[in-house]
Design a binder for this molecule. Structure first.
Ligand SMILES: Nc1ncnc2c1ncn2[C@@H]1O[C@H](COP(=O)(O)OP(=O)(O)O)[C@@H](O)[C@H]1O
Ligand SMILES: [Mg+2]
Length: 229
């Protein structure tokens, strides 16, 4: 569903991703683990076309998207929940979700989004900046789903969220995958969350993939070691 070949990304002279290769199958959940500064956000932003690709190739389903602008990538079916959520705080909850609708020219928030996140229906007229961290994360996921993606990217979704809410989030994301048949790529530093949700785990270290495990036979000790300073 998503295929990344020899992806190189740099900020000016400084190369941050040094030729990444990985792919994500339909319906698969892949966790990209790595400590701060290892390149997770840069990877997400480059997949979304927010930072330019120096070289390499990114394909979605069977089409190459490397040269496309962000909005075109969204139309092709890739959606993004950024680190820190980036909710539009002066817009209402409903208006935040509606920003995702333009990708397909829909005019109304589909009922199934509020079915997944009933609290957003209750709060739809409130300002986006008001809800708690966990609710804002639901809002950011709802906004991404409103674009009807084939691949959903989430950048450190558990950051700043309480453990009990993190477990709910894992359950919801698996439900979204099961019901909508989409693929999910999630960057994480919290191993328990990744173990809860992922089918496969990749470890990113200094802009390279240094380790890969299927969830079923993961070497937890080894992955933890990469995550500790
Ligand atoms: N806008 C930027 N300009 C220059 N360097 C950046 C920029 N954003 C991130 N970096 C550098 O790129 C590297 C990877 O950062 P990032 O992708 O944010 O890592 P992570 O999300 O894993 O914490 C770090 O060394 C960081 O300092
Ligand atoms: Mg980051």
């Amino acid at each position: 569903m998503l295929n990344v070949e020899n992806l190189v990304v740099s900020y000016g002279q400084s190369e941050v991703l040094h030729g990444l290769n990985f792919s994500v199958a339909p319906n698969e959940i892949v966790a990209i683990m790595g400590r701060n500064g290892m390149g997770k956000t840069t990877l997400m932003k480059s997949l979304m076309g927010v930072v330019p690709t120096r070289s390499g190739k990114v394909s979605l389903a069977d089409g190459e998207i490397t040269a496309l602008k962000s909005f075109q990538r969204v139309e092709k079916g890739i959606a993004y929940v950024p680190q820190g959520r980036m909710i539009f705080s002066t817009m209402s909850v409903e208006e935040n979700i509606e920003t995702g609708l333009v990708a397909h020219g829909d005019s109304k928030v589909p009922g199934d989004i509020y079915e997944l996140f009933p609290v957003l229906l209750e709060m739809k007229k409130r300002r986006g900046g008001n809800p708690s961290g966990g609710q804002q994360q639901q809002l950011a996921i709802a906004r991404a789903l409103a674009t009807r993606p084939k691949v959903l990217l989430l950048d450190e979704p558990t950051e700043g969220i309480q453990p009990s809410i993190i477990r709910d989030m894992a359950r919801t994301l698996k439900r979204i995958r099961d019901e909508r048949g989409l693929s999910i790529v999630v960057s994480e530093q919290v191993l328990s969350f990744a173990l809860d949700i992922a089918d496969r785990v990749l470890v990113l270290e200094n802009g390279e993939i240094v380790h890969e495990d299927l969830r079923a036979d993961i070497d937890e000790a080894k992955v933890s070691k990469f995550l500790s300073v």
